[in-house]
Design a protein. Structure first.
Length: 471
């Protein structure tokens, strides 16, 4: 595979303003406008502005003091998804969400309302339900002295109540945390004065409609992995496609990367979109549409009957999306007729500050969450969910239980994980180990970012700074 020197090494045009440089050749928008199905309306929206070129200090990834302040200023004041509605569908169903040193019990109360309570006893602070626990209960009982609360947060049992005349029933109600739902996800916010969730989400509720409605999906696979890096460093690995040509070169013959589109929608939301079914601008030799399709399908059809053919005037994308959706429909029994080429096969990824990633696609139907390690800024926890449409006319299966992986465990070992995709995630983990060493050992004390391809990483840090500066 060759790399064209002019694109890789030529200096940027000095007559172009910072932030306005783009990869030579067709853009993501140019490519999807060729699709025979047309383009989903949200894909045609674009919002980018130059946000500076200043270095980002490595201390933001390594400092214990920075991590502690970040947790109080960011995680205690932002909406973050804690579980799916399908995790707690019935009265008494509960799910424990832990972030930092905080812990929440999310429960469906007798009226069917989702409530979020502080998961600690009001007597002497003991945690009521263990980290990551889920199940069904009619009360939450402290394992230490037996104080218990109903699923409405009211005190239900207090042994030797006569010894606590100084406490009323109102004093004994479990502290409640703001909770709301969107797209089948249950969000929480520790700040009682927070703006409503649907305002916080910006363009996301309007974009994720119809085929993109995530509330219609179920958790097919859930992997929870410990990662060897700060939560922000882990997220930044998934905020750009710039790394694809070096970290994931196996897909360049049929993956757009340098010509991806990057958007920042207001304070809390950003997005990237890159193609499947077009060759990377890094690939020097032009391929035919047929060669791209053959590569996508992972087969060599020379001389064989039944070879999928790209018709005259069509593209590999046009053919591949039909094959892909037909495969998905046969495997899951689902209806993919609402999806167009772009949202069937492309990587379309929305990020919601501080730590949630949402993909609306048919084939790339994944969601991420990154949680900081409260004791070690060099580690974090990565939740990887696959959300599928249920079979037509059938109830959605119960959500998959999380499968736990440690740092050195390959994603490919998780039951149900596609080996090829698991290998891609493994490549990302290898980078994280090396980068964490660089944060501490580099003679430079900061990273430098591209003005366009890494705009979402810069936006992340700038939003953190805005929250950190608030009283």
């Amino acid at each position: 595979m060759g790399y064209p020197v002019p694109m890789e090494q030529s200096l940027p045009d000095p007559n172009v303003a910072f932030g306005d440089h783009r990869c030579p050749g067709p853009s993501y928008r140019d490519l999807v406008l060729r699709d025979e199905t047309g383009v989903p309306a949200p894909v045609l929206e674009s919002e980018y502005r130059y946000r500076g070129s200043e270095p980002i200090g490595f201390h933001r990834y390594t400092s214990k003091e920075f991590a502690e302040l970040e947790f109080e200023k960011v995680f205690m004041r932002t909406w973050q998804w804690a579980c799916r509605e399908e995790h707690i569908p019935n009265e008494g169903d509960y799910h424990v969400y832990d972030v930092g040193q905080r812990s929440i019990i999310l429960v469906r109360d007798p009226q069917g309302k989702i409530r979020a309570f502080n998961n600690f006893c009001l007597h002497r602070g003991t945690q009521l339900k263990p980290p990551g626990d889920q199940g069904n209960a009619n009360r939450f009982t402290c394992p230490y002295h037996g104080w218990a609360w109903s699923t409405s947060g009211k005190i239900a049992s207090l042994p030797c109540r006569w010894d606590f005349p100084h406490l009323s029933d109102d004093d004994l109600e479990l502290p409640e945390i703001l909770v709301d739902t969107w797209g089948g996800f249950v969000f929480v916010n520790f700040d009682p004065t927070a703006q409503p969730l649907h305002e916080y989400l910006g363009v996301v509720p309007n974009h994720f409609q119809g085929a993109w409605d995530l509330s219609k999906r179920y958790v097919e696979l859930h992997i929870k992995k410990r990662l060897p890096c700060n939560w922000k460093a882990a997220m930044c690995a998934f905020l750009e496609a710039y790394h694809v040509y070096k970290t994931h070169p196996q897909g360049l013959r049929a993956t757009g990367d340098a010509n991806a589109q990057y958007d920042v929608f207001g304070e809390h939301v950003s997005r990237f979109m890159h193609t499947s079914g077009t060759q990377s601008p890094h690939v020097a030799a032009a391929q035919t549409e047929q060669e791209i399709l053959d590569f996508l399908l992972g087969r060599r059809f020379a001389g064989l009957e039944g070879r999928p053919i790209v018709p005259e005037g069509k593209t590999a994308r046009d053919v591949y999306y039909k094959i892909s959706n037909e495969q998905l429909a046969n495997k899951y029994g689902s209806d993919y007729s609402e999806f167009k080429v772009a949202d069937s096969i492309d990587s379309i990824e929305y990020f919601v500050f501080p730590n949630g990633f949402f993909f609306p696609g048919a084939r790339i139907c994944i969601n991420y969450r990154f949680l900081p390690n409260p004791d070690n800024p060099d580690e974090c926890t990565f939740d990887l969910l696959f959300l599928r449409l249920p079979a037509v006319g059938q109830p959605a299966p119960a959500p998959a239980k999380p499968y736990f992986l440690d740092i050195n465990d390959s994603y490919t070992t998780a039951p149900g994980m596609d080996p090829g995709l698991g290998g891609v995630f493994d490549q990302d983990t290898d980078n994280m180990i090396s980068q964490t060493r660089g944060f501490k050992g580099s003679m430079r004390t900061a990273e430098t970012l591209g003005n366009y391809q890494e705009i979402r990483a810069r936006h992340l840090h700038q939003t953190i700074d805005e929250y950190m500066a608030r009283p």
